[in-house]
Design a protein around this ligand. Structure first.
Ligand code: NDP
Length: 291
């Protein structure tokens, strides 16, 4: 029998600007390699004015799907045929999936966070304090709401942005969840006191991201109690000042690498149907970050 040769690889990738410091390629290709998929994941620099052409190019070249990162998470929406439920609620897409001849926008950031959290912490009925109101905060707060939390306090430096996210949670999101959902905004002037009775504390700001690794959240340290579960979205370095502070307070923690890996697992599942091994993906990232 003649062996059938195939030199055509399936294509996936990330469109963003800047893209050079984005490590997703290393993580995703480690999974492709581990699971014997002859696929590629390309990091592609796409300027805002080139996005429509890039999406048309991905379609013409038969991409299986692609990630969108800064600054394309919102502007890609009109270029697609439809949105998944949470991407529609958030109004942001970070993962585009080809389904038949349709290109559908999903958001895996918040889902990755909740999947990695749910391995150790059940969010149902819980009270959350979340720092930040940008893209990551938006994705996480919507998915935590869909996962059943009862209360969330959004703490953000810029009041307008914080109130806008709180408003989204109390209106569209609250209408789409089965439990009563209470969302409040709290200004962040001076060191924040985490209220007693808080179950989960999340840093969804960019404070502590490389190279500003000495920066930490302005909070009153003693208000972080052992009973609180603490999460940080910063993937680099995984051991932020905030994570170190939480560990020293006796809190259980998850770091930003777990979220990054978990959202990558969901993306690969969307594109290939395979459940990729998160340990292989984390090891690949740890090698890159020398964590
Ligand atoms: P955005 O730019 O949309 O939002 C940044 C947020 O951080 C805003 O709320 C901003 O507040 C706040 N912030 C930044 N600097 C400060 C400061 N000095 N003091 C107080 N607040 C500050 O970014 P994203 O939401 O997209 O990303 C946030 C972080 O999440 C990034 O570091 C990114 O690496 C990480 N991330 C991690 C992922 C993972 O898988 N682990 C996935 C996605 C993101 P303000 O509104 O006042 O400007």
């Amino acid at each position: 029998m003649t062996k059938v040769l195939n030199f055509k690889q399936e294509l996936t990738g990330a469109f963003g600007q800047p893209i050079a410091e984005n490590p997703t390629q290393v993580m995703v290709e480690s999974a492709y390699h581990h699971h014997n998929l002859d696929w590629r994941y390309l990091s592609i620099e796409v300027a805002p004015e080139g996005l429509a052409a890039a999406v048309a190019g991905a379609k013409a070249m038969g991409f299986v799907g692609f990630n969108c990162t800064i600054p394309h998470k919102v502007s890609v929406i009109p270029l697609l045929d439809g949105l998944g439920d949470s991407a529609s609620l958030m109004g942001a897409v970070n993962c585009v999936v080809r389904r038949g001849d349709q290109w559908i926008g999903e958001n895996t950031d918040g889902k990755g966070f909740v999947e990695s959290l749910a391995l150790r912490f059940n969010p149902a009925g819980k009270k959350v304090v979340l720092f930040g109101a940008g893209g990551a905060a938006r994705a996480i707060s919507v998915e935590l709401s869909l996962a059943g939390i009862s209360e969330i306090t959004i703490v953000n430096r810029t009041e307008e942005r914080g109130r806008e996210l709180t408003n989204l949670l109390t209106t569209r999101v609250a209408e789409n969840v089965s439990q009563p959902l209470h969302a409040h905004f709290s200004p962040w002037d001076g060191d924040f006191r985490i209220p007693e009775g808080t179950d989960l504390v999340v840093n969804a700001t960019s404070i502590g991201l490389y190279p500003h690794t000495e920066d930490t959240l302005p909070i009153v340290r003693e208000t972080l109690r052992e009973s609180m579960f603490v999460a940080d979205v910063i993937p680099n370095p995984p051991e932020t000042q905030f994570i170190q502070m939480a560990k020293a307070s006796g809190c259980e923690v998850i770091d930003g690498l777990e979220m990054l890996v978990a959202q990558g697992v969901i993306g690969i599942r969307h594109w290939s149907g395979i459940d990729a091994d998160p340990r292989v993906m984390r090891q690949a990232l740890e090698r890159v970050f020398e964590a």
